[in-house]
Design a protein around this ligand. Structure first.
Ligand SMILES: [Zn+2]
Length: 203
């Protein structure tokens, strides 16, 4: 997981929680939801007949089609900070290693049209698939620490083989879209961790 590499600076610290006053382990920089909310809402005994689900794709009642994707948000105040394994002064960073700016990610599901679902499926292992034009989708999970996110319109950008599609929230008045544009501070990442720890999302 990217998390270990990106959070090296806070790995020894943890953070002081403003809700309970305890020190918690370092605030995660990624969260993921394993299924669309519509799948989770189906009673266990009906899932086998109504749903097909894998780690990346889901079909409900043969009429709703979902892909797993990522909402990626830049982290504001650690930008371009290299990971410790790249800091050895004897060797210097290997030129082929690309140092990426740290980011925060929500792994979540997006509902897409049957056409885009099957196109994505068809290109699943095709090199160069990231050249496909982005296509529309609707968030299929509620992120409870934001105003309503279920049904929020996003643009789905296909990534190179092996990577989940990136989702860009289109409604620029929504706080999640604004954070996607402006980035998250360390304080905001801790606040998200506090909200999730102390107000677990109903399931
Ligand atoms: Zn706490």
């Amino acid at each position: 997981m990217q998390h270990t590499r990106l959070c090296w600076r806070c790995m020894t610290n943890g953070f002081l929680c403003s809700v309970c006053g305890q020190i918690h382990p370092p605030a995660p920089t990624s969260y993921s939801i394993k299924a669309p909310d519509a799948f989770i809402a189906i009673p266990d005994e009906e899932r086998a007949t109504r749903a097909q689900i894998s780690a990346e794709q889901c079909i409900l009642d043969e009429r709703q089609f979902f892909l797993r994707g990522r909402i990626v948000l830049p982290i504001l105040d650690q930008q371009n900070q290299p990971a410790p394994e790249l800091l050895d002064p004897r060797s210097g960073p290997a030129p082929e290693i690309r140092i990426e700016a740290p980011y925060f990610a929500y792994g979540c599901w997006v509902e897409v049209s049957p056409k885009n679902f099957f196109r994505t499926h068809e290109l699943w292992k095709t090199p160069g698939r990231e050249d496909e034009p982005p296509f529309p989708g609707y968030l299929a999970n509620e992120l409870h620490h934001y105003p309503r996110t279920l049904g929020l319109e996003v643009l789905v950008a296909t990534q190179p083989v092996g990577r989940r599609p990136h989702l860009t929230v289109l409604d620029q008045t929504h706080p999640l879209a604004q954070e996607q544009m402006t980035g998250l501070s360390t304080e905001r990442i801790q606040q998200i961790a506090e909200q999730i720890l102390h107000h677990p999302e109903p399931r």
